[in-house]
Design a protein around this ligand. Structure first.
Ligand SMILES: [Zn+2]
Length: 208
């Protein structure tokens, strides 16, 4: 499935979740958006292999890393005290510089490390874990671990922390449903997919 389809199906998963929880309109909007975004997450592993999409994803990831760098600078400047403030600013500048000069192959890895650092600096568990997720995604082949049950469980742990951090009802389920919808959309049972996904990694290489 293509990115736009995953976004759409993930959004529908978020909408279904909001129906189950009978959320108010604002929360419903948040859950639809969250489901849609979660529906894109498994394909963060595109950098893991040299796919032809690499140029697009490189630009996107580079911009993302630079935005994270800027946010770390602003956050450290506003909330940091003494040395801590300048450590944060230095880290942010470092991320921006590295993101600007690094080769495309390692872009995702570097961004992941940046998110790990941001999670540590901001003491946000979910951000730290998501950084770890991105680092792993940057190292494994496309459609492998991020598209497995193990990947769903790991993302579920992140989603739990996200709900705890933001306190939005149903957020955990919307994120999880969005993520799971991506895997369903990539399975061989759908005629649009020539190849399936290895759901049972690392225990089995079977294609589903
Ligand atoms: Zn996929």
């Amino acid at each position: 499935m293509k990115g736009t389809s995953h976004l759409l199906v993930g959004g529908v998963a978020g909408l279904i979740t909001s129906n189950v929880f009978e959320t108010d309109p604002v929360t419903t909007g948040i859950l639809i958006a969250s489901g849609g975004i979660a529906g894109l997450v498994p394909d963060m592993d595109v950098d893991g292999t040299l796919s032809n999409k690499i140029t697009d994803s490189h630009k996107f990831i580079q911009t993302l890393a630079q935005i994270i760098g800027v946010l770390i600078i602003v956050y450290s400047f506003l909330t940091g005290v003494g040395q801590e403030k300048w450590n944060g600013v230095g880290a942010g500048v470092g991320i921006i510089l590295v993101a600007s000069f690094i080769t495309r192959r390692h872009m995702l890895l570097v961004s992941g490390l940046g998110v790990v650092a941001a999670g540590l600096f901001l003491e946000e568990n979910w951000l730290f874990l998501f950084g770890v997720y991105i680092v792993v995604a940057s190292l494994v082949p496309h459609r492998s671990y991020t598209h497995s049950i193990l990947g769903v469980i790991f993302f579920g742990v992140i989603a739990r922390q996200v709900e705890a951090a933001f306190g939005v009802e149903g957020l955990f389920w919307a994120l999880l449903a969005g993520y799971a919808s991506h895997l369903l959309g990539d399975m061989k049972v759908l005629p649009v997919n020539k190849r399936g996904i290895k759901l049972l990694l690392p225990f089995s290489n079977r294609d589903f």
